[in-house]
Design a protein around this ligand. Structure first.
Ligand SMILES: Cc1ncc(COP(=O)(O)O)c(C=O)c1O
Length: 352
């Protein structure tokens, strides 16, 4: 069976144009600083995000962790939303690598209350660690691709400036936010000191992220990248795809957003499911399930649809460049079929 894969936007394969770019990219040794294709990608990413310098790295996780290690000193405190990727899915790296203590804050769909954030900034003294960094995520993964409103980004900048501390943005999907808001990405990234962008999610590259920030920060990050074994040699072969991502794949994110909305609209009233259409802002749909989400995951798989549970009764569906209108229709049909079968089955028995 040909599965419709809505597990993540990381599952996309490179486009024909990317294969072509890989085959023809001029290459060098990037650890020695002379791979022209990597240099071109880093300059492009820095320009688009309005930062001085970019650094090409293998993954979003490494990019975030280099930022933390470069902004902070061991023993510092960071302020971070409690369901952020950096905390939830990076296997304790902030404590292990940067050696920071994470002060976690609640949020409304990824957006922390700026007054609360302000009150949680600590001054270092004999007893308490000093806060040196605020970490943000936009769009917010576990909040279902939620956009952090621009006025919030601005307010966080204000808090950081008031206390003389820095702001890092996990912008794995910041281009989704920019496209949904109809703005160039630097309207978002202008509020932060560093941003990690992922090329291998909605932008369809096979591998790679770019950390963008000041020259001083990136000098430190480059040392951390080497220390962690992230220095790559003829990395231009990958950076070539990244250039295609940044020049050709940004605008098409709007298609993923509209397909996500279409699926959400079509399944919102199905028996056994509920969702809030207003929360479908970008390429993700969070669906609440009456039956356990793992049961729904298995039933949908039998219908040819792959997705992940993100809570006991919640599924996440992620749209990306390999999902066209036809596959969106088939995904909707999969939900209709499971819901239809459930309605004709005793709730205590479920499907069999
Ligand atoms: C918000 C966010 N940040 C960072 C990452 C990490 O990216 P990578 O898988 O390339 O390490 C992800 C991956 O899904 C993510 O969703």
């Amino acid at each position: 069976m040909q599965f419709i894969d809505l597990r993540s936007d990381t599952v996309t394969r490179p486009t024909p144009e990317m294969y072509e770019a890989m085959a023809t990219a001029p290459l060098g040794d990037d650890v020695l600083g002379d791979d022209p294709t990597v240099v071109q990608l880093e300059e492009l990413a820095a320009k688009m995000t309005g930062k001085e310098v970019g650094l090409f790295v293998p993954s979003g996780t490494m990019s975030n962790q280099l930022a933390l290690a470069s902004h902070c000193q061991p023993g510092d405190a960071i302020l971070i939303e409690e369901e952020a990727h950096i905390l939830y899915y990076e296997v304790g790296a902030p404590a292990l690598l940067a050696g920071v203590v994470s002060w976690t804050l609640p949020s409304q769909r990824g957006a922390i209350d700026p007054d609360y954030l302000d009150r949680r900034v600590l001054k270092a003294n004999l007893h308490t660690p000093g806060t040196s960094l605020i970490c943000l995520e936009n769009t917010h993964n576990r909040a279902g691709g939620a956009i952090i409103p621009l006025e919030m980004m601005e307010a966080y900048r204000g808090v950081a400036d008031k206390h003389g501390i820095k702001v890092h943005l996990d912008g794995a999907r910041v281009f989704n936010a920019a496209v949904a808001l109809g703005l160039p990405v630097d309207h978002i990234t202008c509020h932060v000191d560093s941003v990690s962008i992922c090329l291998s999610k909605g932008l369809r590259s096979p591998i790679g992220s770019v950390l963008c920030g000041s020259a001083e920060l990136i000098d430190k990050a480059r040392i951390w990248r080497k220390r962690l074994g992230g220095g790559m040699r003829q990395a231009g072969i990958l950076a070539a795809c990244g250039i295609v991502s940044l020049t050709k794949m940004v605008d098409r994110l709007a298609e993923d957003h509209s397909r996500a909305k279409r699926l959400a609209t079509s399944i919102q009233d199905l028996p056994g499911l509920s969702l809030d259409l207003a929360t479908v802002e970008t390429n993700m749909v969070l669906v609440n399930t009456e039956a356990p989400a793992t049961d729904w995951q298995a039933w949908l798989q039998e219908e040819g649809l792959l997705c992940f549970p993100v809570a006991s009764h919640r599924l996440r569906l992620v749209f990306h460049g390999d999902i066209d209108d036809d596959k969106t229709d088939r995904a909707i049909l999969a939900f209709q079929n499971v819901s239809g079968k459930l309605s004709h089955t005793s709730p205590t028995l479920g499907l069999n």
